[in-house]
Design a protein around this ligand. Structure first.
Ligand code: V47
Length: 360
């Protein structure tokens, strides 16, 4: 068996990691060495830049037909804590962002039993009518698969309808952990791994770029994480449509797996670095500050991340309900730029497609 030192040297020569070598590196290499390797790779892709954007989330509902054990956000129909905004209420929210300089709205929520694909097409049209130049990055693959197949459409037909309405990119959620046995334990009734891949593969074929996530730090092993990353690397070899990968740390407040606890920050940094090294064909690794908290996000930039997501403006509840540090997540552009500068990189504003926005 190769030593971690030999594997590290191979990585530096640009060799692709096998699953076996990745496991040795993940388990045995000291953290500082993983940081060094991952930043080396990051610098080949994005130099000294770290990207951020001006964005907000729109979460139409937290009512969900699925009951994932890690979710702190979902409520059943009729619950006093459930919300389900009307179209008019959502228009009011979106109006609040007119002329505010945002470039992206991220629309994601529960899988509501009564709203169909035509309702969501109408929502996208209304958002675009108000914010013409703002990119709509909308719906996890699981929401998409449910609304599309419920309408009796093929994945391609459904995505075409949404694209016609104005959907321009797909976020990475719903991936959780791809291993089918584990998925059956943490989210037994949720859309499958195969559905997740079907939506992303079809989206790429239609010219959309998408993101991918991985929920880690619960009952999975390092082998499961490597398997997850390898499946994404294979998809990317085939389509090239993934823009960013976002590791999501399991936060344990207020859900039915709370007894598991949360992993250490060193595990977060190791996971980020190994994601950068395994996913040698995915350009951006995002440290989602809302989930990590601001301090870990700052550290993440020394472990291969080149993106911190955006301003958010207190518009998402998924992580505050799961116990994240910022109960009202919001970051100003200045704050993000200072965070990046403190690590020794250069903050660059981007749009959804990683085009750089002038004024940097
Ligand atoms: O799929 C839910 C995760 C995801 C918990 O594409 C949890 O740019 C940790 O995908 N602890 C949705 N994670 C969020 C998401 C996302 C976020 C930011 C940017 C992008 C992007 C995508 O949130 C879900 C699930 O994996 N999640 N509950 C929890 N307790």
């Amino acid at each position: 068996m190769k030593s971690w030192e030999e594997i590290a040297a191979q990585v530096e020569q640009g060799e692709r990691l096998s699953a076996e070598d990745a496991l040795v590196l993940w388990r045995e290499a000291p953290l500082w060495r993983l940081g060094e390797l991952a930043v080396g790779r990051k610098r080949e892709v994005s130099g000294d830049k770290v990207f951020y954007n001006r964005n907000f989330h729109l979460e139409p509902t937290n009512v969900c037909v699925f009951n994932c054990k890690f979710c702190s956000y979902r409520r059943p129909v009729g619950s006093a804590e459930a919300w389900d905004y009307t179209m008019d209420e959502m228009e009011q929210i979106v109006m609040g962002y007119k002329d505010k300089g945002v470039t992206e709205v991220h629309i994601v929520g529960g899988v509501h039993p009564h709203h169909d694909i035509y309702y969501y097409c109408e929502l996208i049209r209304r958002v675009k009518a108000i914010l013409r130049d703002v990119a709509v990055k909308a719906f996890t693959a699981i929401e998409l698969s449910y609304m599309i197949h419920k309408a009796g459409l093929s994945t391609e037909e459904g995505l075409r309808l949404l694209i016609e309405a104005g959907m321009e990119a797909i976020p990475g959620g719903g991936a959780e952990i791809f291993d089918e046995e584990l998925r059956a334990k943490i989210c037994p009734d949720k859309g499958s791994t195969a559905e997740w891949f079907d939506v992303h593969r079809t989206a790429h074929k239609l010219g959309l770029t998408t993101n991918a996530t991985m929920l880690y730090g619960h009952i999975e092993s390092v082998e499961h994480r490597i398997d997850h990353l390898m499946r994404l690397r294979t998809l990317q070899d085939e389509t090239g449509g993934l823009n960013a990968f976002i590791p999501l740390k399991y936060r344990n407040f207020g859900n039915s797996m709370s007894e598991i606890g949360e992993v250490a920050v060193t595990d977060d940094l190791r996971t980020l670095a190994m994601s950068r090294l395994i996913l040698d064909n995915v350009p951006h690794i995002k440290a989602y500050w809302v989930m990590y908290g601001k301090q870990t996000t700052e550290m993440a930039l020394a472990f291969g991340a080149d993106d911190i997501d955006g301003t958010i403006d207190d518009s998402t509840k998924i992580y505050s309900m799961a116990g994240a540090d910022d109960q009202r997540p919001r970051m100003s552009v200045d704050e993000m730029r200072q965070m990046v500068a403190r690590v020794g990189f250069r903050a660059v504003e981007r749009d959804t497609f990683y085009n750089e926005i002038e004024n940097n």
